[in-house]
Design a protein around this ligand. Structure first.
Ligand SMILES: Nc1ncnc2c1ncn2[C@@H]1O[C@H](COP(=O)(O)OP(=O)(O)O)[C@@H](O)[C@H]1O
Ligand SMILES: [Mg+2]
Length: 277
């Protein structure tokens, strides 16, 4: 293996810059076994929707890498640009270096001023997760026609409106249109792929970045893996696309001002990985 330098160590992956060999200048993504989740009465519950690393799941990194490889190759075949170059090991991928969609603070000396570190894009086929928690007047698994939402990535992610993205200078109008189109296109491919296996992708979360090489095109980066997708084992759509069995499938709770939503038919990440591998 060529020498490489650690650039970033994240919740589930480490990023290295390759310093020599055929891929000098590119990045190596190492998929680790670290997993996010929460503690329920002292018991670790792994949950890809959470942001806290709570332990390790042996083999998780290799599964995520194989999964991401499958989808990035599919995108390549459909001529949709991404950062993907090649997969070189069970949990290692070579990618084009990209810069996050970030912004420096306009007045860094102001107490409390902080940079915009990155943006994340969620897309939603069906209303669940934080969408339902924010808008609980909506019936669970209402068809959302692949609505795209944008979040500023940080300790906890904050929803940002499309108007605010442009007003703050985070993205130009053309960039925003491009990003939303790209996310919807990739989401459609991913959703179809699951549908072909009898599974329903409820929603997902993608990261985009500006390629450091070439003309700085904004492409899909990071991963397309069980960590960033929510999937159901079935889908019984009514004519309008809403899931017709939501009342028997969705389990909602409300306690101490906090809502939660789960689905009886939701497939655990560890169960749906085998289908594309
Ligand atoms: N092509 C790329 N170029 C540069 N950084 C990338 C690229 N693809 C992914 N990344 C970054 O690598 C990190 C992956 O690690 P991850 O464990 O997912 O981190 P996080 O805890 O920030 O979600 C992310 O911060 C992501 O922005
Ligand atoms: Mg991540």
């Amino acid at each position: 293996m060529a020498d490489s330098l650690l650039v970033y160590s994240g919740k589930s992956k480490d990023v290295y810059r390759i310093t020599d060999g055929a891929h000098a200048g590119k990045y190596r993504l190492l998929f680790t076994d670290k997993a996010t989740g929460y503690l329920d009465n002292g018991t670790v519950v792994f949950d890809p929707g959470r942001d806290e690393v709570v332990g390790e799941v042996p083999g998780k990194g290799a599964i995520a890498c194989r999964f991401a490889t499958h989808f990035f190759r599919l995108l390549k075949a459909r001529q949709i640009p991404s950062h993907y170059i090649d997969t070189i090991g069970d949990n290692e991928m070579i990618v084009e270096p990209a810069a996050p969609l970030s912004l420096a603070p306009e007045i860094p000396s102001l107490p409390g001023a902080e940079p915009l570190l990155n943006l994340e894009f969620t897309w939603r086929n069906s209303a669940t997760g934080s969408f339902w928690r924010r808008y609980p007047f909506v019936k669970p698994c209402k068809n959302l026609d692949r609505v795209v939402e944008v979040w500023t990535k940080g300790k906890s992610d904050v929803l940002i409106t499309t108007e605010a993205l442009q007003a703050t200078g985070a993205l130009t109008r053309d960039e925003l249109t491009h990003c939303v189109d790209l996310v919807r296109q990739v989401a459609e491919i991913v959703s179809r792929e699951f549908a072909s296996k009898g599974l329903h992708a409820l929603d997902g979360k993608f990261e985009l970045g500006r390629l450091k090489g070439g003309d700085g095109q904004i492409v899909i980066i990071d991963e397309i893996s069980p960590d960033v997708l929510r999937v159901c084992s079935g889908y019984t759509p009514a004519a309008n696309g809403d899931c017709a069995v939501c009342e028997t499938c969705a389990i909602t709770r409300s306690a101490d001002g906090e809502r939660s939503i789960q689905h009886r038919r939701q497939v655990a990440a560890s169960d749906f990985v085998s289908i594309f591998l």
